[in-house]
Design a protein around this ligand. Structure first.
Ligand SMILES: NC(=O)c1ccc[n+]([C@@H]2O[C@H](COP(=O)([O-])OP(=O)(O)OC[C@H]3O[C@@H](n4cnc5c(N)ncnc54)[C@H](O)[C@@H]3O)[C@@H](O)[C@H]2O)c1
Length: 367
């Protein structure tokens, strides 16, 4: 028996989580997965209840669980709170405490939604790429950091970009292994593109050298290429289908994964996973708590439902159950159901639905 801790959070979090839990319960039964669900508090709702964005009890239960499913945190109600106590701090803390160093974001374009993207359909149709971002190191965590006053009285802000060989190796391993798994499933050759700024940053020179050494020593069956981060930004728009797995550090990954997300048109469709060294993970949609539409039954629950599929694939190794969910999502899109964020009003035969109707339509395909 395995345990999943669900953390709905704030804004649209509870609405999308309700739908995702229904789907999870259905596959649990259908595929006899023997999963037990628990729920807990994080973010603004946790602040309201306990004064802390990540209460000790939630952290303890997250540590004990085999996987965590998160909705979203944050909202205007908590924006004025002191920075260290804000909802988003709860998210950063749980990622750090659980050692979730590998962030996986899939940018997959469902053919039914080709018109939702601002990129020409022929450039993005069939797009299915995975960005592997290092999540607990690099410039976002490096020391020293701060704002200091110089001798001349002027202020100076500074951060430090650091990566050790072992940090690069553990994220490199995730990327190479996933490239092999994806290639096997798709019947294609495995390839990884490592993104750096080795022309100007010594830290990424080490990154590049380490990737090359790993490929030569252990992953000669994976084609490895390298690209500077600025060029990678351009290539993602120009010809995104040249990529399969991209691997990069924390800051470049932050930027590239948002760019890749927008290739597909709606952030409401994109799931993500953050994994530790043993494969335990926290799964969540890429979007935030969308306070502008919270409580109105307008949110797209598909990113959270697809996060459940990722959880079954990566933590529980239940590929059949994962694919069943992804197929159910594709089927409801085929049926023409669209939440507002993915509705193309110029297309005939589509039906606008709310969060609940979309979730229940996916559920109906599974039972
Ligand atoms: N992982 C997280 O929990 C996370 C991530 C990003 C932002 N946030 C927080 O969320 C709050 C709002 O941030 P934001 O507005 O910058 O980003 P957001 O992702 O919440 O919303 C951006 C836009 O996308 C829309 N949107 C987002 N998810 C949607 C969905 N599932 N269906 C339909 N439309 C959707 C919203 O309505 C909004 O117009 C802030 O408090 C921010 O700190 C949380």
């Amino acid at each position: 028996m395995a345990t999943i801790l669900t953390l709905a959070g704030d804004g649209i979090g509870p609405e999308i989580m309700t739908q995702a839990i229904d789907v999870l319960k259905a596959v649990n039964e259908k595929f006899s997965l023997d999963l037990t669900l628990e729920s807990g508090l994080i973010g603004g709702v946790a602040i309201d209840a306990t004064g802390e964005p990540l209460p000790d009890e939630t952290l303890a239960r997250a540590r004990a669980a085999d996987a965590v499913l998160l909705g979203a945190v944050g909202g205007p109600k908590w924006d004025a709170i002191e920075r260290s106590k804000r909802p988003e701090r709860g998210l950063l803390k749980i990622r750090g405490e659980l050692g979730l160093f590998a962030n996986l974001r899939v940018a997959k374009l469902y053919p039914q939604l080709a018109n939702a993207s601002s990129i020409k359909p022929e450039i993005i149709s069939g797009l299915d790429l995975l960005i592997v971002r290092e999540l607990t190191g690099g410039i976002y965590f490096g020391e020293p950091r701060g704002i200091r006053t110089l001798e001349n009285g002027e202020q100076q802000g500074y951060n430090t970009m650091v990566y050790s060989t072992s940090e690069i190796q553990r994220i490199g391993k995730v990327a190479f292994e996933l490239a092999k798994t994806r290639a096997q499933a798709a019947g294609t050759a495995a390839k990884v593109c490592s993104v750096d700024k080795a022309n100007v940053l010594e830290v990424t020179e080490l990154w590049k050298q380490t990737m090359i050494q790993m490929q030569q020593a252990e992953y000669s069956d994976v084609a490895l290429s390298h690209m500077y981060a600025d060029n990678a930004c351009m290539q993602l728009i120009k010809d995104p289908k040249q990529f399969d797995v991209m691997v990069t550090g924390n800051m470049f990954g932050d930027i590239l994964s948002d760019e890749a997300a927008m290739l597909t048109g709606s952030i409401g469709m994109l799931p993500s996973a953050s994994l530790d060294e043993s494969g335990k993970g926290m799964y969540e949609p890429c979007h935030g708590s969308a306070p502008d539409i919270a409580g109105q039954d307008k949110a797209n629950p598909l990113a959270t439902i697809l996060s459940v599929a990722m959880m079954l694939r990566y933590t529980f190794k239940q590929e059949d159950a994962a694919q069943a969910i992804e197929q159910a999502v594709s089927d409801v899109l085929d049926d023409g159901l669209r939440t507002l964020d993915i509705l193309d009003s110029s297309e005939a035969g589509l039906k606008q639905v709310g969060c609940k109707e979309m979730g229940q339509a996916v559920l109906a395909k599974l039972i």
